[in-house]
Ligand binder design. Structure first.
Ligand SMILES: Nc1nc2c(ncn2[C@@H]2O[C@H](COP(=O)(O)OP(=O)(O)OP(=O)(O)O)[C@@H](O)[C@H]2O)c(=O)[nH]1
Length: 209
């Protein structure tokens, strides 16, 4: 199973449509609360999760419930989730993260990234809406620092894309295939450092290809 997670309105449904040719959207207005939507794609189950976080016109209580449902879905299916694509709005995410931090709260994107990794789920962060970002590398470095992604893992974790304008989607697909090929690692930092050499090697090989 591959899951797509992210805040409301970051472009998850647009991205899934671009990748699979299947339109998963149910609600008309953005931010509409909904259940996970499942589709079959190349023999795999692809799940578009409801958007979490702020949704215009949706009471906080409902937002919290949606978040809890997403967390439970992921926990209950953790063993079967081969890959999570965390979609962020590259233009809005840095501002939102700083705002949450100033309030002394853990930004929800950061929380979800770490939650997925703690469960041992491989994660790709698709930095969407790159058409709106002026300095893409700066944005990625900022997010990597906030998410706690080690420097060597940044290229295999973050990928700037534009779902709407079809930018970098082939690269995203390649990265997804690479991560799916590698499979899951045990959810411990020790394992991560043990695997570091292999990971770097893979990255170099890909670059040569
Ligand atoms: N500029 C720009 N806009 C985008 C891009 N990708 C998606 N959008 C727009 O962002 C809005 C939200 O896209 P959706 O795909 O509905 O977002 P979602 O994450 O599925 O939203 P929820 O259903 O609320 O979870 C739409 O107006 C899209 O056209 C992009 O790469 N660039």
């Amino acid at each position: 199973m591959i899951i797509f997670v992210g805040r409301s309105n970051v472009g998850k449904s647009t991205l899934i449509f671009r990748l699979t040719g299947k339109w998963v959207k149910r609600g008309k207005r953005p931010g509409v609360t909904r259940k996970p939507v499942e589709i079959n794609w190349r023999g795999k189950l692809v799940v578009d999760m409801p958007g979490f976080g702020f949704m215009s016109g949706v009471p906080k209580r409902v937002q919290e419930r949606v978040k809890d449902e997403i967390v439970h879905f992921i926990e209950n299916n953790a063993e079967g989730i081969e890959l999570a694509v965390l979609v962020v709005d590259g233009k809005a995410a840095p501002e939102i993260i700083e705002r949450w931090e100033k309030r002394g709260e853990i930004p929800i994107d950061v929380e979800f990234y770490q939650f997925l990794r703690e469960l041992g789920i491989p994660v790709i962060v698709a930095v969407n809406k790159m058409d709106k970002i002026r300095n893409i590398q700066k944005t990625i470095n900022f997010l990597a620092e906030k998410f706690g992604v080690p420097y060597v893992e940044v290229p295999e974790t973050f990928i700037p894309i534009s779902a709407k304008f079809g930018k970098n989607l082939l690269e995203l697909r390649k990265l997804m295939e690479k991560k799916l090929g590698e499979g899951r690692k045990r959810p411990s930092t020790e394992t991560e450092s043990e695997n570091l050499e292999n990971d770097v090697g893979d990255g170099l090989l890909d670059a040569v290809e």
